[in-house]
Design a binder for this molecule. Structure first.
Ligand code: AQP
Length: 344
C-alpha cells in the first residue's frame, strides 16, 4: 500500500458514519457507534447515513428495506442525533455514492481488498457464491466517507481495517492524480469502552445483527423483561466477579459483561469491579439488566413513536438527502474533473 507523506489537510473537519438497515440495531451498534454519533455533534459538522446499498450486498429484501431504513433513522434520532444540527439520510438517495465507488474500484488494488477479514467472515466457506458487492463493500464505504471529504469516522473496532483501506484509497487517488491534498485521510474514532461488544453467548464473537440467535444480543427495542432474560442466560462461569482486571483474563464472557456495565454507566472497569468484585453473578446480572433497561427503554419508546410517524421521519430523511447532496455534488464534480471524465 502507499505510504507517501500527506501534507496537512486544510479542508473543514467533518464527521461521516453509517449503519446498515439489515436487522434491528443492537447494543454493540449503540455503544460502538451511535453513542459517539450523538457526542460528536457538539464538536463537528456531522453526516449520518443509513447505508441501504450496503444492506443489499447480502441479499435482496425489497418489501422490508424502506421500513428498515426508517427504523435505523428512528434509532439515530431517538438516541439523540439532532436532525437540525446533523444530516441524516439514506445512502441510495444520493447517487454520487455509487459513482464515486466505481472510480474508487479503479483506484483500490485487488490485493488490498482481498485482505479484508470482514469479507472472509461474512462470506464464510463459500466465498465463490458471495456477491461481488459483498467483496466490494469496503470500496463503497470509502466512497461514502470521501464523497463528503469527511475527516473523522466514528465506528466500532470491527471497522478498523476498512477505515485503513479508505485511507489507502484516498492517498493513492491523491498521488495518482498529483492532487496532494484532494481527499483527507479519514481518521477512525474507535477508542472507548464500547468499541467491541461481544456476543452474550460466546465472548470470542462480536455481538452481531446477523447472528441467527436473538439471545446473543440486546436489541435497542428489547423490553426490560427480554433484557433481564437475555442477561440472566448470558454465558458466565461458576466463579464470582473478579476484584481486579487481572481476574478477567481467560474469562471473555465475564470481561464482556463487565465492559458493557462500564460503558453504559460511563464508569471505569476498575470502578465496576470495585463495586461487584467478589459478588456472584446472581447479584451482578440483575444489576446490569436493570441498568441496561433504564438506558435503552427511553430510546425504544422514542423509536416506536417515530416509526409510527412515517411522514415526519420521511421529511427528516428528505431534508437530510438534500443537505447531503448539496455537499456531495460539487465534490463529485471536482472528482470528475481531476479524473478527466467527459464533461456532459
Ligand atoms: N459488536 C459490536 N461492538 C461495537 N461496535 C459494533 N458495531 C457493530 N457491531 C459492533 C458498529 O456498529 C456500526 C454499524 O454497523 P453496521 O450496521 O455497518 O454493521 P456491521 O459492522 O456489519 O455490524 P453488525 O451490527 O454486527 O451487522 P451484521 O451482523 O449485519 O454484520 C459500525 O460502526 C460497527 O463498527
Amino acid at each position: 500500500m502507499t505510504n507517501a507523506p500527506q501534507p496537512e489537510y486544510k479542508g473543514p473537519k467533518r464527521v461521516f458514519s453509517g449503519m446498515q438497515p439489515t436487522n434491528g440495531l443492537h447494543l454493540g451498534n449503540y455503544l460502538g457507534a451511535l453513542q459517539k454519533f450523538v457526542r460528536l455533534q457538539d464538536q463537528y459538522e456531522c453526516i449520518y447515513c443509513v447505508v441501504d446499498l450496503h444492506a443489499i450486498t447480502t441479499g435482496p429484501d425489497p418489501e422490508n428495506l424502506a421500513s428498515r431504513c426508517r427504523e435505523v433513522a428512528a434509532a439515530y434520532v431517538a438516541a439523540g442525533v439532532d436532525p437540525k444540527r446533523s444530516t441524516i439520510f439514506v445512502q441510495s438517495a444520493v447517487r454520487e455514492h455509487t459513482e464515486l465507488a466505481w472510480i474508487f474500484n479503479c483506484v483500490a488494488r485487488m490485493g488490498w481488498v482481498e485482505r479484508m477479514t470482514q469479507f472472509k467472515d461474512k462470506a464464510g466457506k463459500d466465498a465463490q457464491r458471495s456477491s461481488v458487492g459483498l467483496f466490494d463493500y469496503p470500496v463503497l464505504q470509502a466512497a461514502d466517507i470521501l464523497l463528503y471529504k469527511a475527516t473523522h469516522v466514528p465506528v466500532g473496532e470491527d471497522q478498523k481495517q476498512h477505515l485503513e483501506l479508505s485511507r489507502d484509497i484516498a492517498q493513492k487517488f491523491n498521488n495518482d492524480h498529483d492532487a496532494p491534498n484532494f481527499f483527507p485521510l479519514p481518521e477512525p474514532l474507535i477508542q472507548g469502552p464500547g468499541a467491541r461488544i461481544m456476543s452474550l453467548r460466546d465472548g470470542t464473537k462480536k455481538m452481531s445483527k446477523s447472528d441467527p440467535s436473538d439471545m446473543t444480543r440486546i436489541n435497542l427495542t428489547d423490553d426490560a423483561d427480554a433484557i433481564m432474560s437475555k442477561i440472566k442466560k448470558a454465558t458466565t462461569d461458576p466463579l464470582p466477579v473478579p476484584e481486579s482486571k487481572e481476574g478477567l483474563a481467560d474469562r471473555a464472557e465475564v470481561e464482556n459483561l463487565v465492559g458493557i456495565f462500564a460503558a453504559v454507566t460511563e464508569r471505569s472497569v476498575d470502578d465496576v469491579l470495585g463495586e461487584f468484585g467478589g459478588k456472584g453473578f446472581g447479584v451482578f446480572k440483575p444489576a446490569l439488566a436493570e441498568t441496561l433497561a433504564a438506558k435503552l427503554s427511553p430510546i425504544a419508546a422514542e423509536m416506536r413513536r417515530l416509526t409510527a410517524d412515517t411522514a415526519t421521519l420521511d421529511a427528516i430523511l428528505k431534508e437530510g438527502a438534500d443537505k447531503a447532496r448539496a455537499v456531495a455534488t460539487p465534490i463529485m464534480a471536482e472528482v470528475r474533473d481531476v479524473v478527466g471524465l467527459w464533461r456532459a
